[in-house]
Design a protein around this ligand. Sequence first.
Ligand code: NAD
Ligand code: MG
Length: 393
Amino acid sequence: MTGLTVLGATGSIGQSTLSLVDEHPDRFRIRALTAHSRPDELAELALRHRPDLTVIGDDAHHARLKERLAGSGLATAAGLDGLLAAAELPAERVVAGIVGIAGLAPTLAAVRRGAVVALANKECLVAAGDLFRAAVARHGAKLLPLDSEHNALFQAMVGSDGADVEKLTITASGGPFRTAPLAEMRAASPETALRHPNWSMGAKISIDSATMINKGLELIEAHQLFGLPDDRLDVLVHPQSVVHGMVHYRDGSVIAQLGCSDMRVPIAYCLGHPARLPSSVPRLDLARLATLTFQAPDHERFPALPLARACLRAGGAAPTILNAADEVAVAAFLDRRIGFLDIVAVIEEVLAGSDAGAPADLDAVYAIDAEARRAALQAVAQRSHRPVSELAS
Ligand code: NAD
Ligand code: MG
């Protein structure tokens, strides 16, 4: 039995993980489950998986969680201390499935005890990349990339020490606005932006896919995971979402990983690694698909991509600011306070207005993050006095 903790158990990644655990009841023992809110859903998962500890991040929901688990004999906790306690329980594997910078502290707590961490939370590598990697090395932890593109690259690099790799390519579906004219993007509502053509994901990453900043964050993630510079990391738009990543070797060979667009494929690889876990995910039917297409991304309609590349090249505080401003701008868009195209405009404005230097430690990461959020909220406020009808014109 492998001890498993799922941080962000009620989310899209958390639920996919637990559905694989359901397929293998004799292989995994759940040590801890966490969520931010939704105590009823968390309680249901806890009753099914009987973890040693069930944690709700938002204290306000602790009473409800305790009420739902009364008489079950299951232990609960709440708040940041609770999240850290969950990560610190001695589970061999931890799925880091919290969204946003909120995932950094709990994921680091698992890293610091040398756990094997299946990393979905790309924000750890974007907002605190160098410091996070240093902590992984210092504490003998192991990262298994769970993000589908990075998981694909990781799989396609088995047997390589990296020295023979020329270039890495990650693919992007192009999101709901892949072929949309700018006018349509300008008028987009949260509902249309959330409608991802291929993947079913949480709200934040769905909007990030629509702006394609997700792919920009993933370039930074790939840089941190595989150590290649910006000019050896490529993005291709691939609307079928079948090829997730490709490793180009110095002998001209290209090794790609393929699979249907279901996160249970990369999650299963992380749960079973180095063995492969049997899973019931739909199998790829290439004859039925018949055609796979690839094209270069359009930087005019998706300026988030060159913006994120510039942050990757600049290093220092830029990726931390990019991540924080994006979190604020996406939340404001979902709240209908700004238009779709304003998301990237807000981030650009915050980046341009900052002179922060590279964070020397985690306190500095949190300070840069907080300052970027403050500036982003201000940029949102300046835009949101405009009526939405005007944003949409
Ligand atoms: P989601 O919104 O569906 O779920 C997020 C989870 O985190 C929930 O359990 C929620 O309760 C918890 N959470 C949210 N805010 C929190 C806070 N402040 N403190 C503690 N817990 C909090 O998100 P998701 O789509 O599952 O994405 C999770 C992470 O995985 C993100 O970093 C995302 O970029 C990454 N990821 C997701 C997918 C996907 O297919 N969904 C694919 C690749 C990478
Ligand atoms: Mg991805």
